[in-house]
Design a protein around this ligand. Structure first.
Ligand SMILES: O=C(O)CCC(=O)C(=O)O
Ligand SMILES: [Fe+2]
Length: 344
């Protein structure tokens, strides 16, 4: 069996110049060797680039296209309608609408040139996850989403339905990746099963307005250089060229172009911390969009809020002792979100 710490050290000396594309056809094969072969590709990607594309996943194109369509309808609404679901109304739970420049992912910049709408696990999708968590100060918790109302927007119902459909489909894709991550970490396939029962997944629809002829202010990128906070992100991009970039160890920015009907998956800080930095969480950014409006949908998949991020034994050796203080997943993500959002 590969020793993860040794593998991690040796990969640190190589670098990536492109992002691998992994076929998920065999992810649920009844043949364990085939599942393992997919997990090995995922292991290499998670220890090296921290980024990979997936194809032949379980999410239908119709579900994706309908969500992009609804996203366009929503962001085109007058500001006063979008403000009816403003994030300031979410009681500190990071749900709802955020206007241009209200977020700043890279503190050396002035702000990010995008608008966003955030949602979490909806009570209508999983009633069992609600009302059981203890209220703890400084911890993320499940809660209501902020949905536009029909009295303010005729399309409110279709918008909600498309987002819920997308959320369920991508949640299922995320859950199906955990056995592969477990194999990649030399753990039993079922290792994460009891840790993702009520997952803390936040989905965002993002809108990057085209700047056209306007002068680009380098300090207002689409999204400034950052790492994500949760275990991993499942990102759907549209076909806008020259947008997402990923930074390799040397510091070069590598393009992550749109590839039809794929998702980009990237490891986030929660997984890096949990695995004692065996999995790498890689910085990325979105350049200012010039020729056309851009839409994307990141889905940040965290484990259950109450799970303590104790590194599994395959990630700790005498030469690589545990690097981080143990926190629960909910406390960790709340801390990170509070640092970045100017409104909560
Ligand atoms: O829009 C994108 O392509 C990337 C978004 C992103 O990195 C994020 O929301 O964390
Ligand atoms: Fe990101």
């Amino acid at each position: 069996m590969t020793d993860l710490a040794t593998l991690s050290e040796s990969l640190a000396n190589s670098d990536f110049t492109s992002i691998p594309l992994i076929d998920l056809t065999d992810a649920k094969s009844s043949d364990s060797e085939r599942r393992r072969a997919v997990a090995e590709k995922i292991r290499e990607a998670c220890l090296n680039a921290g980024f990979f594309y997936v194809k032949n996943h379980s999410v239908s194109l119709d579900t994706v296209e309908e969500t992009f369509k609804q996203s366009q309808e929503f962001f085109k609404l007058p500001q006063e309608v979008k403000k009816t679901v403003d994030i300031s109304k979410s009681g500190g739970n990071f749900r709802g609408y955020m206007g241009l420049l209200t977020e700043n992912n890279d503190p050396t910049n002035k702000g990010d040139m995008h608008e966003a709408f955030n949602m979490g696990l909806d009570p209508s999708l999983d009633p069992a996850s609600f009302g059981q968590e203890e209220e703890k100060e400084g911890e993320l918790k499940h809660g209501e989403n902020l949905w536009p109302e029909k009295k303010d927007w005729d399309g409110a119902g279709a918008f909600k339905q498309a987002n819920l459909n997308y959320y369920s489909a991508v949640l299922a894709l995320g859950q199906s990746l955990f056995p592969l991550f477990a194999l990649a970490l030399n753990l039993p396939e079922t290792f994460f099963d009891d840790k993702i029962k009520h997952p803390a997944a936040i989905m965002r629809i993002l809108f990057y307005p085209a700047l056209g002829e306007r002068v680009v202010d380098e300090l207002m990128p689409g999204i400034g250089a950052h790492t994500d906070f949760e275990c991993f992100t499942i990102l759907r991009q549209d076909d806008t060229p020259a947008a997402l970039q990923v930074q390799n160890r040397k510091g070069d920015w590598i393009d992550a172009p749109y590839i039809p009907n794929t998702f980009v998956i990237n490891i986030g800080d929660q997984f890096a911390r949990w695995t004692n930095d065996i999995f790498v969480s890689t910085r990325h950014r979105v350049l200012p969009t010039l020729s056309k409006d851009r839409y994307s949908i990141p889905f940040f998949f965290g484990c259950d809020h109450d799970v303590p991020l104790i590194p599994p034994e395959t990630c700790v050796t005498d030469d690589r002792p545990a690097r981080y203080e143990v926190m629960t997943a909910g406390a960790y993500v709340h801390m990170r979100l509070s640092e970045i959002y100017t409104v909560n």
